[in-house]
Design a protein. Structure first.
Length: 215
């Protein structure tokens, strides 16, 4: 094995290690949500509970993005990012989770009452917008300092633009989640949470760099 092959192997091992560490950090800071998703089937009667439990996910994803931006030691920067951003992250994602609960409840109501089916497509778009808003908010909180209003405004602008890239992110995240959920292998589901976290970071960072590089 020459030096080039050895370098590629080391990079691969490093990336796999980052996936495992990221998954472990997400598990550690989202125990109720992680085990509920891994061991409990998602049904109409428990989806609101799962969304409520996801309030812890936003601050964790913000801390992971902070660690990815700073590179170096992933674990140390994760906890530093969590400590530095927890007030804004919890405030923002508590509000976002509340909106997700509201519009998910509306969607379930529409599904249970066929006479209101014409509201379903707009509700799906709103839910998709809120999920993307969460991803972008976690990225911007990790990268920039500013008021909650400015962070939400900038995240909303990024969410409303770059339609194809945003659709691609939703497809990537939902595909990884649904495929692993279909395997009925809890350990695999917990492990691939890190894949979604790392994948979303690089995906959204690419979008952010495109915006910054424009004159």
């Amino acid at each position: 094995m020459d030096l080039l092959d050895m370098s590629r192997l080391m990079r691969l091992i490093e990336r796999l290690g980052n996936v495992v560490i990221s998954s472990g950090l997400l598990l550690m800071t989202n125990l109720p949500l992680a085990f509920s998703l891994a061991f409990i089937p998602i049904q109409r009667n428990n989806v609101l509970i799962l969304i409520g439990l996801s309030v812890t996910l936003g601050p964790s994803l913000t801390a992971l993005n902070y660690a990815y931006f700073h590179g170096d030691t992933l674990v140390r920067h994760f906890f530093k990012g969590y400590r530095d951003n927890w007030r804004q992250a919890w405030a923002l994602f508590s509000g976002l989770t509340g909106l997700l609960l509201l519009f998910t409840y509306d969607s379930l109501f529409v599904l249970a009452n066929p006479q209101f089916q014409f509201f379903l497509i707009p509700l799906v778009f709103v839910l998709a917008f809120l999920v993307l808003l969460g991803f972008y908010t976690a990225l911007l909180l990790a990268r920039y300092t500013g008021s909650i209003r400015n962070q939400v405004r900038n995240a909303a602008i990024l969410t409303g633009r770059h339609g194809f890239r945003n659709i691609g992110l939703l497809f990537f995240a939902s595909s990884v989640f649904l495929v692993t959920k279909a395997t009925n292998m809890p350990l695999l589901q917990l492990l691939l949470a890190g894949v979604i976290a790392i994948g979303s970071f690089y995906w959204l960072r690419g979008t952010l760099e495109r915006v910054i590089s424009k004159p």
